[in-house]
Design a protein around this ligand. Structure first.
Ligand SMILES: Cc1cc2nc3c(=O)[nH]c(=O)nc-3n(C[C@H](O)[C@H](O)[C@H](O)COP(=O)(O)OP(=O)(O)OC[C@H]3O[C@@H](n4cnc5c(N)ncnc54)[C@H](O)[C@@H]3O)c2cc1C
Length: 234
């Protein structure tokens, strides 16, 4: 358990904010890219507001400030607290790091990271970690799905990363907006790359339906279960 203090909050979209939390008493918070922590929020349990909520770390390992990207869930007690009561200086305990949603020890194949919404958090951490620390890798594909352009997260930052690194490819799927790019769900965007390839490290993060659909297609195509990892948000 660590004490943490919110040191900054930045609005990313109308209902998604970036929270920056400083961990007390450590110079470096020791975690692996892809992991999450549990926030122990001071919710009133008598009113049915149990206090523990999990959030993936969106920043890469370095120092003692962690970044999170959090979406306000309508009627959600934890996010109601974070968006309406928490502010710079607010303190709460965090538990962790937790989780096994990690890069392979050795990256032997192309990486394919598929997410919707705030499911981008662990991938931002992993991708920055790979480039910041020069981890040997092949191609990296980030497939991001959301409803509308205005919901894209870290969009400019990721475009800049794509420009900088030849091995990094960013593809967007918008399900509810006509625009000059791909309209629909995430799946066709990686299926057209990996159909027939047979090798790849696959990561899915977000809601259950998206993950199940992706996993089932890969298994049907003969990809190995051990190379398909997922983190379920709800
Ligand atoms: C490992 C892990 C990592 C996570 N990382 C992140 C993250 O980086 N960013 C982030 O925003 N969230 C993340 N989540 C989801 C987060 O833990 C909470 O579930 C979410 O913030 C809602 O909490 P709440 O207290 O506001 O809602 P609750 O009061 O717990 O739930 C209210 C209602 O909303 C539904 N609900 C719960 N979660 C969601 C959701 N995510 N989307 C839509 N409906 C939901 C519930 O079924 C319930 O009906 C993660 C979850 C897990 C398991």
């Amino acid at each position: 358990m660590y004490n943490s203090t919110i040191i900054d909050i930045k609005k990313e979209t109308e209902d998604t904010y970036r929270f920056f939390s400083e961990i007390e008493d450590v110079k470096n918070f020791d975690f692996k890219a892809g992991q999450f922590v549990s926030f122990m929020l001071p919710l009133d349990e008598k009113k049915g507001r149990k206090g523990m909520r999990h959030y993936s770390i969106a920043s890469s390992p370095a120092g003692n400030v962690l970044e999170f990207i959090i979406n306000k869930v309508p009627g959600g007690k934890g996010t109601e607290y974070l968006f309406e009561e928490a502010k710079i200086g607010t303190q709460f305990t965090i538990k962790g790091p937790l989780g096994k949603f990690l890069l392979p020890d050795k990256i032997m194949h192309d990486l394919c990271m598929v997410c919707t919404g705030t499911g981008i958090a662990p991938f931002r951490s992993m991708i920055n970690h790979i480039y910041n620390t020069n981890i040997p890798h092949k191609e990296i594909y980030l497939i991001f799905g959301t409803q509308k352009k205005e919901d894209l997260l870290y969009h400019q930052e990721i475009l800049a990363l794509e420009k900088k690194h030849k091995s990094f490819h960013y593809k967007v799927a918008l399900s509810r907006e006509e625009y000059d790019g791909y309209r629909g769900y995430v799946h066709p965007l990686y299926q057209q790359i990996f159909d027939g390839k047979k090798q790849g490290h696959f990561f899915f993060c977000g809601m259950k339906n998206m993950i199940v659909e992706g996993r089932d297609w890969l298994l049907e195509k003969g990809y190995e279960r051990k190379n398909i990892r997922y983190e379920l948000y709800g």
